[in-house]
Each structure stands twice: as C-alpha cells, then as structure tokens.
Design a protein around this ligand. Structure first.
Ligand code: HEM
Length: 261
C-alpha cells in the first residue's frame, strides 16, 4: 500500500537534513556557515523561478502580475540581506577555526548567483567557463546565456504597449551588457509622467536592482569585518575585488532619468 504523505516525506526532510557535512572536526561554527549558504542557494533557486515567471508574464502583457512577482522577489531579497546579520555573529576568530577547510571553495562559484546576474543582464563569459563542460551548472548557465534578460522582456513589453522602442534595442544582442540609451530614457520619462501602470513596474525594477546592490554592499562589509584585506578562498583579492562590483546598476536607464523627473 502506498504510504501516506507526511510533512517529512513531502519536504524530503531525511535527505535535506543529511546534507550538512562540516569538514572540520568539533568546530562549532561551521554548521552555521553551511546552513546559511544552503539557505541562500534555496532562495536563489526561488528567485530564479520567480524571475523566469516574471519574464513570461511580461511576454503575456500581464503587467499587474509581473509587478506582483517583482514585489515577491524584492521581499525575498530583503530576507537575504537581513540574513547576513546572522553570519555577522560569527567573529573573525570563529571563522578561522574552519576557514582553511574550505580550500578553494567560495561563493564565487555559486552558479545560481551567476544565473541571477545573467537574468539581470550581467553576462560575463568567464562566469560560465568556470564550470566544467557537461556539469549541471555549465549547462544551465549556457542555456541562460542566450536567454533574453528581464530588461529585454521589459523593453518588448513597452513596445507592445505602444512606446517607440528603437528596433535596434528590440533586436539587441542579449548576451551584451545593458548600455544606457537616451532613446529609452525619453520613453521612461514619458511613462513616469503619464502612465501610472508602467511607472509602477519601473519602480519595482528599480527596487530589484537596488536590492541586489544592497546585498553586494552588505556582503562586502561582512567580508571586511570577517577577513579584512585577506585574499578570498576563491582566489580573488577578496574585499578589494568585491568593491569593484558595487554601484553598477543593472538597469542604468532607470537610474539616469531620476534627475529629469
Ligand atoms: C564569513 C562569510 C563570508 C566570507 C568571508 C565571504 C567572502 C567572500 C570573498 C572573499 C569573495 C570574493 C571571491 C573569492 O575570492 O572568494 C566572495 C564572493 C562571493 N560570495 Fe561570499 N563570503 C561569505 C559569505 C557569503 C554568503 C553567506 C554568501 C551567500 C550565498 C556568499 C556569496 C558570495 C557570492 C555570490 C560571491 C561572488 C560575488 C561576485 O563575484 O560578485 N558569501 N565571498
């Protein structure tokens, strides 16, 4: 007879709770480090799920639900930022009790974070090539490499709404960085002045962009207080490298127009 579904079997708790495997012996703090990263990866999975949905809703011209979905993503992002507080209860000395056990493992190698960057328009070939051919991470990033970004879905939506988005923008190379465009800025200014529905959508995109920048800022501050100027386990210059990723908005046009509003 088929076993009745339970809380544990539905959530696959046996598997989930067997996935925390500290590498150090008897070092108390490594468990927190593992769990917090695993929780982040689960939230990254959910954010990607919602971003993909948001793109589909924009394709269907369902601005209302697209905006609702962006609101959910932003709420998750707020939790992601707040979670860093938990990790900051770990002192530099506590981190050092197991840091060398991490060898060259680093958040740098989070393919889901790279997938999120890809969907926001930050497609860096090296992010993809870091993963071995045939691996799940590489296959997934390769698929997203050629997928239109959230910004592309938004531009196509605006065009269908009757805005004169230049054909060059609609046919842009979706693997290229999103560059500021005076033509798009003109459209956005007009939207903010006359179109509450689309301007709300723009505001949610700004929230998302700002939310990710906020996470980057809090992460680098946490890194500075935990390891100072030491190199990262992933081989980068650590906080010096991370600081170069700050203040780079994904959707520059939405920021450029602020002074004109
Ligand atoms: C004590 C805690 C942490 C420290 C000391 C730390 C340190 C670092 C350092 C130094 C880097 C630069 C790459 C390298 O050379 O390793 C990095 C990158 C990264 N970390 Fe962390 N990290 C911590 C916690 C976290 C957490 C909880 C997450 C959540 C997933 C995370 C996600 C990332 C991501 C996604 C990157 C790549 C960022 C980019 O390339 O723009 N880190 N981390």
């Amino acid at each position: 007879m088929k076993e009745a579904l339970t809380y544990g079997s539905y959530l696959k708790l046996e598997e989930l709770l067997s996935l925390q495997a500290p590498r150090s012996v008897g070092e108390h703090d490594e468990m927190l480090f593992i769990i917090i990263h695993q929780v982040y990866e689960l939230w990254f999975k959910e954010i990607l799920h919602e971003i993909d949905y948001c793109c589909r809703l924009l394709e269907q011209d369902d601005a209302h639900r697209a905006q609702h979905t962006l609101k959910r993503i932003l709420t998750i992002l707020k939790v992601l930022v707040a979670q860093l507080d938990i990790l900051e209860t770990m002192t530099p000395a506590e981190f050092l009790t197991f840091r060398e056990r991490l060898e060259s493992a680093s958040g740098f190698q989070s393919d889901q974070f790279r997938a999120l960057e890809f969907m926001m328009g930050r497609k860096v070939r090296a992010s993809l090539e870091r993963f071995p051919e045939g691996s799940r991470a590489r296959t997934e990033l390769q698929r997203r490499w050629g997928t239109p970004t959230l910004w592309d879905a938004f531009l196509h939506y605006l065009a269908r709404e009757g805005h004169e988005v230049p054909p060059t923008q609609l046919a842009r190379d979706v693997t290229a960085p999103i560059e500021a465009s005076p033509d798009i800025q003109k459209i956005l200014v007009e939207i903010y002045r006359t179109n509450p529905k689309s301007s709300e959508l723009c505001e949610r995109l700004v929230d998302l962009d700002e939310g990710i920048m906020e996470w980057r800022y809090r992460h680098v501050k946490m890194v500075e207080r935990t390891i100072g100027a030491k190199m990262g386990t992933g081989g980068s210059a650590g906080s010096k490298y991370l600081r170069t990723t700050l203040n780079e908005p994904a959707f520059p046009d939405l920021w450029e127009i602020r002074t004109q509003l």
